[in-house]
Design a protein around this ligand. Structure first.
Ligand code: HEC
Length: 138
C-alpha cells in the first residue's frame, strides 16, 4: 500500500507545483532555479535535444526560419524574447509553450533536466556579454 500512498503524495505535489491548469505562471517561473550548471557538456546535450525538436521553426542556428514560422523568436537575440530572460522563464516557454504558435514540449521532453539543458543551450547562442559564466570543474 505504501507505493500507492507515495504515488498520491507525488501527484498532489506535482499538482500544487504546477497550478491547476498544469502551466507555470510567470511568477512561479521566475522563482525556479536552474539545477544544471552552465557547462560545455550541458550545452552540447541541449544542442542535441534542440536539433531533434526545435529546428523546424527556430532553424538549426536558433535564428527563426522566416519562411517556416514567421514569428518564431530569434533565440540568438535576448532582445527578441517576449516572455522573459531568466532561466525559469525560458524553461516555462519551452515546457508550456509560448505565444499563439509555439507548442508545449511537456510530453515530448518529459525529463526536466533535458529542459534545463535546452535553457543552457539557448544561453550559449547569445552574445558573449549576455551569457552566464561557464562553470567548468577543474
Ligand atoms: C511549431 C514551431 C515551433 C517549434 C517546433 C518550436 N518553437 Fe519555440 N517558438 C515558436 C514561436 C512561433 C515562438 C514565438 C511565440 C510568441 O511569443 O509569440 C517561439 C518562442 C520560443 C521561445 C520564447 C522566446 C520568448 O519570446 O520569450 C523559446 C525559449 C523557444 N521558442 C524555444 C524553443 C525550443 C527550445 C524548442 C524545441 C524544444 C522550440 N522552441 C520549438 C515556434 C516553435
Amino acid at each position: 500500500m505504501d507505493y500507492v500512498k507515495s504515488g498520491l503524495v507525488l501527484l498532489v505535489a506535482a499538482w500544487t507545483l504546477s497550478g491547476q491548469d498544469g502551466k507555470l505562471s510567470a511568477e512561479e517561473a521566475k522563482k525556479l532555479k536552474n539545477p544544471i550548471a552552465f557547462t560545455k557538456k550541458s550545452i552540447s546535450q541541449g544542442r542535441d535535444i534542440f536539433l531533434r525538436n526545435c529546428v523546424g521553426c527556430h532553424g538549426d542556428n536558433g535564428k527563426a526560419l522566416i519562411d517556416v514560422v514567421a514569428d518564431a523568436t530569434d533565440l540568438t537575440d535576448p532582445k527578441a524574447f517576449r516572455d522573459g530572460l531568466s532561466d525559469g522563464e525560458i524553461f516555462r516557454s519551452i515546457r508550456d509553450g509560448a505565444g499563439a504558435s509555439m507548442p508545449s514540449f511537456r510530453s515530448q521532453i518529459d525529463k526536466e533536466a533535458d529542459l534545463w539543458h535546452l535553457v543552457n543551450f539557448i544561453h550559449s547562442l547569445w552574445p558573449p556579454e549576455s551569457q552566464p559564466p561557464l562553470q567548468e570543474k577543474e
